[in-house]
Design a protein around this ligand. Structure first.
Ligand SMILES: *[C@@H]1O[C@H](CO)[C@@H](O)[C@H](O)[C@H]1NC(C)=O
Ligand SMILES: *[C@@H]1O[C@H](CO)[C@@H](O)[C@H](O)[C@H]1NC(C)=O
Ligand SMILES: *[C@@H]1O[C@H](CO)[C@@H](O)[C@H](O)[C@H]1NC(C)=O
Ligand SMILES: *[C@@H]1O[C@H](CO)[C@@H](O)[C@H](O)[C@H]1NC(C)=O
Length: 368
């Protein structure tokens, strides 16, 4: 009995050690992607290099990475043009180092843009880039997103540095947009997660530069936002919680809104708390500099009271807001009793525009 089994045991052991060796060799390897057909073998390596290629229309370029992988982008990426839901790119993994090296990811925006974004017209793939990694994402460069650029739901701490979203071509009307700016709903960063830093990034677009939909411990620092809807929290629907947000050192120019918190007027059970604005600059605010409203989708409608907003501070570090003459430099539209806690606004300086504060009892130290 025993001697008969020995060869089997030896065969088992040797196949086991072969597999182990093969796995560690694989992990030391460098996977190179020059087309979608390279992806499945490349993601078995701990280093993945992406060379320039065109992703076929209607396909998601999907990277499901081993924990600890380093990704190096070494050439520009284009996407075939097709009206479909997207996303165009999806990356997942833990403790990833993703080096975009400022090569263009070109979404082909002008093919899709019709002034209607994701509210109408043809279906536009969105978000263009779905980010589900922890670790670091550096120097990633998006041009001409069909609609929203980055959808972010990181599974652990993530720092995004030096990203660019350039949808500046979407500022002009085209033959399909009835005189409106062709780009619409081109949010740069849509965030639904926690433990996130976005810093030193550059955005030119036609919608939110940042939209925090839910999450906590989120820092947006030293970014530049031109032409869109500025830095937003919300809109907040029922039972959604946002807390511990720091907005610091950002420059917002030429935007409809600069700093906005919006909760749905009919929502119940959610909250926004502990939001700190430090040393930001907003100039040429077209509709609002600061807008805090509980009447979304209306800017200044009848506010709801079902979502509380607490501890919103412009302190420490001067945040300055320069509004166009017909704009509001500051508008606060809270429901009765639903904006609470300490709102220390001693370091908010405004010039130009109008001021409107409704149920802003929590605010102290603000002088316009
Ligand atoms: C998609 O269309 C855009 C706009 O016309 C164009 O710039 C881009 O090159 C097209 N992409 C491909 C892969 O052909
Ligand atoms: C907050 O997020 C940062 C960045 O992701 C992370 O490094 C830090 O540990 C988080 N803080 C807490 C208290 O979780
Ligand atoms: C301001 O934004 C508009 C579109 O919203 C754009 O057409 C214009 O070029 C921008 N101006 C500057 C100085 O960036
Ligand atoms: C408020 O948020 C900041 C930044 O995320 C954090 O450091 C601080 O501990 C929070 N304060 C409270 C009272 O939770």
């Amino acid at each position: 009995m025993w001697p008969a089994m020995l060869p089997l045991i030896l065969a088992f052991l040797s196949s086991f050690s072969f597999v182990t060796a093969a796995t560690s060799t694989a992990r030391r390897c460098v996977g190179t992607i020059t087309s979608l057909s390279d992806v499945s073998s490349a993601v078995k390596c701990m280093t993945v290099n992406i060379e320039s290629f065109t992703v076929p229309a209607g396909k998601t370029f999907k990277l499901n990475l081993l924990d600890g992988t380093t990704v190096n982008v070494l050439g520009g990426i284009q996407f075939g043009n097709l009206s479909w839901a997207g996303p165009l790119f999806l990356v997942k993994g833990n403790d990833i180092t993703f080096n975009g090296n400022n090569y263009y990811w070109d979404g082909g925006g002008p093919f899709y843009w019709d002034g209607q974004g994701t509210n109408g017209g043809q279906t536009k793939p969105h978000p263009m880039m779905q980010i589900e990694i922890s670790g670091t994402l550096n120097d990633i460069y998006v041009v001409n997103a069909p609609a929203q650029s980055f959808g972010i739901s990181n599974p652990g701490p993530l720092t995004i540095s030096g990203a660019t979203v350039d949808d500046s071509m979407g500022n002009s009307p085209n033959s399909q947009s009835n005189g409106l700016p062709a780009g619409h709903n081109t949010d740069a960063f849509d965030v639904s997660s926690s433990d996130l830093i976005i810093q030193n990034s550059n955005v030119v677009n036609q919608d939110d530069c940042l939209a925090i939909n839910k999450g906590s411990n989120i820092t947006f620092a030293d970014n530049y936002c031109n032409g869109g809807h500025g830095i937003s929290i919300g809109s907040i629907s029922s039972n959604v919680v946002v807390s511990d947000v720091t907005i610091s050192g950002n420059t917002v120019v030429n935007s409809s809104y600069a700093f906005r918190i919006k909760t749905d007027k009919s929502a119940t059970g959610g909250s926004v708390s502990n939001v700190t604005y430090i040393a930001n600059t907003a100039t040429n605010c077209i509709q609002y500099g600061v807008l805090i409203t509980q009447s979304y989708p209306d800017d200044m409608g009848t506010p709801g009271t079902g979502v509380t907003i607490s501890d919103v501070n412009f302190n420490p570090g001067t945040t300055s807001v320069v509004a166009d003459s017909n704009a509001y430099a500051v508008a606060v539209n809270c429901g009765s009793g639903s904006c609470k806690g300490n709102w220390i606004w001693s370091d908010l300086e405004t010039s130009g525009g109008k001021i409107s504060v409704s149920n802003g009892d929590a605010i102290t130290g603000f002088s316009s």
